[in-house]
Write a protein that binds this ligand. Structure first.
Ligand code: HEC
Length: 246
Protein backbone atom coordinates (compact mmCIF):
# COMPACT_ATOMS: atom_id res chain seq x y z
CA UNK A 1 0.00 0.00 0.00
CA UNK A 2 2.68 2.51 1.07
CA UNK A 3 4.99 1.48 -1.73
CA UNK A 4 2.35 1.94 -4.39
CA UNK A 5 1.36 5.42 -3.15
CA UNK A 6 5.01 6.50 -3.24
CA UNK A 7 5.11 5.13 -6.76
CA UNK A 8 1.95 7.08 -7.65
CA UNK A 9 3.36 10.28 -6.20
CA UNK A 10 6.63 9.91 -8.10
CA UNK A 11 4.74 9.31 -11.33
CA UNK A 12 2.72 12.42 -10.59
CA UNK A 13 5.87 14.46 -9.91
CA UNK A 14 7.53 13.09 -13.00
CA UNK A 15 4.50 14.00 -15.11
CA UNK A 16 4.45 17.48 -13.54
CA UNK A 17 8.11 17.92 -14.32
CA UNK A 18 7.69 16.76 -17.90
CA UNK A 19 4.81 19.15 -18.60
CA UNK A 20 6.66 21.96 -16.88
CA UNK A 21 9.81 21.22 -18.80
CA UNK A 22 7.84 20.92 -21.99
CA UNK A 23 6.09 24.27 -21.70
CA UNK A 24 9.44 25.77 -20.66
CA UNK A 25 10.86 24.47 -23.89
CA UNK A 26 8.21 26.10 -26.00
CA UNK A 27 8.67 29.43 -24.29
CA UNK A 28 12.38 29.25 -24.68
CA UNK A 29 12.00 28.33 -28.35
CA UNK A 30 9.71 31.32 -28.95
CA UNK A 31 12.13 33.60 -27.19
CA UNK A 32 15.21 32.48 -29.09
CA UNK A 33 13.39 32.89 -32.41
CA UNK A 34 12.34 36.42 -31.58
CA UNK A 35 15.90 37.43 -30.75
CA UNK A 36 17.49 35.33 -33.52
CA UNK A 37 15.34 36.77 -36.30
CA UNK A 38 14.37 35.30 -39.65
CA UNK A 39 16.13 32.59 -41.58
CA UNK A 40 16.09 33.04 -45.35
CA UNK A 41 17.23 30.57 -47.97
CA UNK A 42 18.03 32.30 -51.27
CA UNK A 43 18.32 30.52 -54.58
CA UNK A 44 19.58 32.19 -57.76
CA UNK A 45 21.44 31.60 -60.97
CA UNK A 46 24.01 34.36 -61.11
CA UNK A 47 26.39 35.04 -63.96
CA UNK A 48 29.31 37.40 -64.23
CA UNK A 49 32.67 37.39 -65.92
CA UNK A 50 34.31 38.02 -62.54
CA UNK A 51 34.18 41.69 -63.37
CA UNK A 52 34.16 42.72 -59.72
CA UNK A 53 37.43 41.22 -58.59
CA UNK A 54 39.60 44.31 -58.86
CA UNK A 55 37.03 47.04 -58.46
CA UNK A 56 36.73 47.48 -54.68
CA UNK A 57 33.03 46.68 -54.95
CA UNK A 58 31.29 43.40 -54.29
CA UNK A 59 28.10 41.51 -55.02
CA UNK A 60 26.36 40.75 -51.74
CA UNK A 61 23.14 39.67 -50.14
CA UNK A 62 22.55 42.52 -47.76
CA UNK A 63 19.93 43.58 -45.24
CA UNK A 64 18.96 47.24 -45.02
CA UNK A 65 16.81 49.21 -42.62
CA UNK A 66 14.63 52.02 -43.93
CA UNK A 67 16.83 54.75 -42.57
CA UNK A 68 20.21 53.94 -44.04
CA UNK A 69 21.95 53.09 -47.27
CA UNK A 70 24.59 51.16 -45.31
CA UNK A 71 23.91 47.43 -44.94
CA UNK A 72 23.03 46.25 -41.43
CA UNK A 73 24.25 42.78 -42.37
CA UNK A 74 25.81 41.47 -45.54
CA UNK A 75 27.05 38.18 -46.95
CA UNK A 76 29.44 38.35 -49.89
CA UNK A 77 28.62 36.08 -52.80
CA UNK A 78 31.67 34.01 -53.70
CA UNK A 79 32.91 34.65 -57.24
CA UNK A 80 32.98 30.90 -57.85
CA UNK A 81 29.20 30.74 -57.54
CA UNK A 82 28.62 33.38 -60.22
CA UNK A 83 28.93 30.78 -62.97
CA UNK A 84 25.32 30.65 -64.09
CA UNK A 85 24.54 27.51 -62.10
CA UNK A 86 21.92 27.31 -59.37
CA UNK A 87 23.36 28.50 -56.07
CA UNK A 88 21.91 28.51 -52.58
CA UNK A 89 22.72 30.73 -49.64
CA UNK A 90 21.18 30.71 -46.19
CA UNK A 91 21.11 33.95 -44.22
CA UNK A 92 20.02 33.63 -40.60
CA UNK A 93 19.64 36.05 -37.69
CA UNK A 94 17.90 38.63 -39.87
CA UNK A 95 16.71 41.00 -37.17
CA UNK A 96 13.51 43.03 -37.02
CA UNK A 97 15.29 46.26 -37.87
CA UNK A 98 15.97 44.94 -41.39
CA UNK A 99 13.14 45.80 -43.78
CA UNK A 100 14.60 44.63 -47.10
CA UNK A 101 17.09 42.01 -48.19
CA UNK A 102 18.78 42.98 -51.42
CA UNK A 103 21.05 41.44 -53.98
CA UNK A 104 23.20 44.50 -54.38
CA UNK A 105 26.55 46.01 -55.19
CA UNK A 106 28.14 47.53 -52.09
CA UNK A 107 31.47 49.25 -51.52
CA UNK A 108 34.03 48.42 -48.87
CA UNK A 109 32.07 50.49 -46.32
CA UNK A 110 28.95 48.39 -47.04
CA UNK A 111 27.24 51.30 -48.73
CA UNK A 112 24.60 50.33 -51.28
CA UNK A 113 25.65 51.40 -54.77
CA UNK A 114 22.94 49.71 -56.81
CA UNK A 115 20.43 46.95 -56.25
CA UNK A 116 19.65 44.06 -58.60
CA UNK A 117 16.73 42.60 -56.63
CA UNK A 118 14.83 43.68 -53.52
CA UNK A 119 12.85 41.41 -51.22
CA UNK A 120 10.61 43.18 -48.71
CA UNK A 121 10.54 41.34 -45.37
CA UNK A 122 7.24 42.88 -44.24
CA UNK A 123 5.22 39.79 -45.23
CA UNK A 124 7.54 37.38 -43.37
CA UNK A 125 7.46 39.03 -39.93
CA UNK A 126 7.29 36.47 -37.10
CA UNK A 127 7.99 33.45 -39.30
CA UNK A 128 10.02 30.79 -37.49
CA UNK A 129 10.53 28.38 -40.38
CA UNK A 130 13.13 28.80 -43.10
CA UNK A 131 11.78 31.04 -45.84
CA UNK A 132 12.59 30.12 -49.43
CA UNK A 133 13.22 32.94 -51.87
CA UNK A 134 14.04 32.36 -55.53
CA UNK A 135 15.73 35.34 -57.14
CA UNK A 136 15.90 33.73 -60.56
CA UNK A 137 18.51 34.24 -63.24
CA UNK A 138 20.51 37.46 -62.99
CA UNK A 139 23.51 38.88 -64.84
CA UNK A 140 25.52 40.40 -62.01
CA UNK A 141 28.47 41.39 -64.19
CA UNK A 142 29.23 44.99 -65.15
CA UNK A 143 26.93 44.80 -68.19
CA UNK A 144 24.11 43.52 -65.98
CA UNK A 145 24.88 46.31 -63.53
CA UNK A 146 24.60 48.89 -66.34
CA UNK A 147 21.32 47.49 -67.64
CA UNK A 148 19.51 46.88 -64.37
CA UNK A 149 21.21 49.45 -62.20
CA UNK A 150 21.61 52.40 -64.58
CA UNK A 151 19.66 52.16 -67.85
CA UNK A 152 16.47 50.70 -66.34
CA UNK A 153 16.56 53.21 -63.47
CA UNK A 154 17.65 56.42 -65.09
CA UNK A 155 17.49 56.26 -68.88
CA UNK A 156 14.76 54.14 -70.45
CA UNK A 157 11.97 56.58 -69.65
CA UNK A 158 13.35 58.57 -72.59
CA UNK A 159 15.33 55.85 -74.36
CA UNK A 160 13.10 52.96 -75.37
CA UNK A 161 10.49 52.80 -72.64
CA UNK A 162 6.96 53.98 -73.61
CA UNK A 163 7.92 53.74 -77.27
CA UNK A 164 10.03 56.89 -77.03
CA UNK A 165 13.57 56.70 -78.40
CA UNK A 166 15.28 60.03 -77.80
CA UNK A 167 18.29 60.50 -80.08
CA UNK A 168 17.20 57.26 -81.85
CA UNK A 169 18.76 55.39 -78.94
CA UNK A 170 17.05 52.41 -77.29
CA UNK A 171 18.54 51.48 -73.91
CA UNK A 172 16.09 48.71 -72.96
CA UNK A 173 17.28 45.21 -72.12
CA UNK A 174 18.48 43.34 -75.18
CA UNK A 175 18.91 46.54 -77.23
CA UNK A 176 21.31 48.73 -75.27
CA UNK A 177 24.61 47.00 -75.90
CA UNK A 178 24.17 46.63 -79.65
CA UNK A 179 23.02 50.24 -79.97
CA UNK A 180 25.91 51.64 -77.96
CA UNK A 181 29.14 49.76 -78.41
CA UNK A 182 31.20 51.22 -81.26
CA UNK A 183 28.10 52.81 -82.80
CA UNK A 184 28.48 56.36 -84.20
CA UNK A 185 26.42 59.12 -82.59
CA UNK A 186 23.21 59.99 -84.42
CA UNK A 187 23.31 63.55 -83.06
CA UNK A 188 26.95 64.56 -82.94
CA UNK A 189 29.00 63.84 -86.07
CA UNK A 190 32.46 62.45 -85.38
CA UNK A 191 31.51 61.09 -81.94
CA UNK A 192 30.90 57.47 -80.96
CA UNK A 193 28.27 56.48 -78.40
CA UNK A 194 30.68 54.10 -76.68
CA UNK A 195 34.23 53.41 -77.78
CA UNK A 196 34.99 49.95 -76.41
CA UNK A 197 37.86 50.07 -73.93
CA UNK A 198 37.97 53.89 -73.91
CA UNK A 199 35.71 55.54 -71.36
CA UNK A 200 37.06 59.07 -71.90
CA UNK A 201 36.55 58.83 -75.65
CA UNK A 202 32.91 57.79 -75.33
CA UNK A 203 30.06 60.24 -75.89
CA UNK A 204 27.93 58.46 -73.28
CA UNK A 205 30.48 59.27 -70.60
CA UNK A 206 31.11 62.82 -71.81
CA UNK A 207 27.46 63.84 -71.65
CA UNK A 208 27.03 62.50 -68.11
CA UNK A 209 30.02 64.42 -66.73
CA UNK A 210 30.60 68.09 -66.02
CA UNK A 211 31.64 69.81 -69.24
CA UNK A 212 29.19 67.78 -71.31
CA UNK A 213 26.28 70.19 -70.78
CA UNK A 214 26.16 71.50 -74.34
CA UNK A 215 27.24 68.49 -76.37
CA UNK A 216 23.62 67.53 -77.11
CA UNK A 217 20.31 69.36 -77.22
CA UNK A 218 19.44 67.74 -73.92
CA UNK A 219 21.72 68.33 -70.94
CA UNK A 220 22.41 64.92 -69.34
CA UNK A 221 24.75 66.08 -66.56
CA UNK A 222 22.04 66.00 -63.89
CA UNK A 223 20.55 62.65 -64.90
CA UNK A 224 22.74 60.54 -62.63
CA UNK A 225 22.83 62.92 -59.67
CA UNK A 226 19.05 63.11 -59.53
CA UNK A 227 18.78 59.29 -59.38
CA UNK A 228 21.82 58.36 -57.34
CA UNK A 229 22.24 61.07 -54.76
CA UNK A 230 24.35 59.14 -52.30
CA UNK A 231 26.43 56.97 -54.61
CA UNK A 232 27.12 59.31 -57.52
CA UNK A 233 30.92 59.02 -57.52
CA UNK A 234 30.77 55.22 -57.23
CA UNK A 235 28.30 55.05 -60.10
CA UNK A 236 30.53 57.19 -62.30
CA UNK A 237 33.55 55.02 -61.44
CA UNK A 238 31.68 51.86 -62.32
CA UNK A 239 30.50 53.25 -65.67
CA UNK A 240 34.17 53.92 -66.48
CA UNK A 241 35.13 50.42 -65.31
CA UNK A 242 32.46 48.97 -67.57
CA UNK A 243 33.44 50.89 -70.72
CA UNK A 244 37.12 50.15 -70.14
CA UNK A 245 36.33 46.45 -69.73
CA UNK A 246 34.59 46.25 -73.13
C1 HEC B 1 14.52 63.17 -69.91
C2 HEC B 1 14.88 62.41 -71.08
C3 HEC B 1 16.23 61.71 -71.13
C4 HEC B 1 16.82 60.90 -70.17
C5 HEC B 1 16.29 60.56 -68.78
C6 HEC B 1 18.04 60.43 -70.74
N1 HEC B 1 18.21 60.92 -72.00
FE1 HEC B 1 19.70 60.49 -73.30
N2 HEC B 1 18.92 61.73 -74.68
C7 HEC B 1 17.76 62.46 -74.53
C8 HEC B 1 17.55 63.27 -75.72
C9 HEC B 1 16.39 64.21 -75.94
C10 HEC B 1 18.62 62.99 -76.60
C11 HEC B 1 18.88 63.58 -77.96
C12 HEC B 1 19.63 64.85 -77.80
C13 HEC B 1 19.83 65.62 -79.10
O1 HEC B 1 18.97 65.53 -79.98
O2 HEC B 1 20.85 66.31 -79.22
C14 HEC B 1 19.47 62.02 -75.90
C15 HEC B 1 20.64 61.52 -76.41
C16 HEC B 1 21.45 60.59 -75.80
C17 HEC B 1 22.67 60.06 -76.36
C18 HEC B 1 23.28 60.40 -77.70
C19 HEC B 1 22.74 59.50 -78.77
C20 HEC B 1 23.43 59.77 -80.09
O3 HEC B 1 23.36 58.90 -80.95
O4 HEC B 1 24.02 60.84 -80.23
C21 HEC B 1 23.18 59.19 -75.43
C22 HEC B 1 24.47 58.35 -75.54
C23 HEC B 1 22.29 59.19 -74.30
N3 HEC B 1 21.25 60.05 -74.55
C24 HEC B 1 22.48 58.44 -73.17
C25 HEC B 1 21.65 58.50 -72.06
C26 HEC B 1 21.89 57.72 -70.86
C27 HEC B 1 23.04 56.76 -70.65
C28 HEC B 1 20.89 58.06 -69.99
C29 HEC B 1 20.72 57.59 -68.57
C30 HEC B 1 21.84 57.69 -67.68
C31 HEC B 1 20.03 59.02 -70.66
N4 HEC B 1 20.52 59.26 -71.91
C32 HEC B 1 18.91 59.57 -70.07
C33 HEC B 1 16.92 62.42 -73.45
C34 HEC B 1 17.12 61.72 -72.28
Amino acid sequence: MRKSSIFAISIFLLALCLTACDSGDIEEHGYSTASGGLTLRFRAQLSSQNDWEETGYGIVLAGFSDQSSYAVLQRPIPLASMNGEEMEMVVSNVSNSITTMELAVTNTLRKRIVTFRTVSLEAYKGRVDTIDIDLGRIDVGLSGFMQQGIFNQACIQCHGGNGRKAGTLDLTDGMALQQLIDVPSSQKPGYTRIVSGDAEGSLLRMILHEGGENLLNYNHTEVLSSQFKESLEDIKNLIDEWINSL
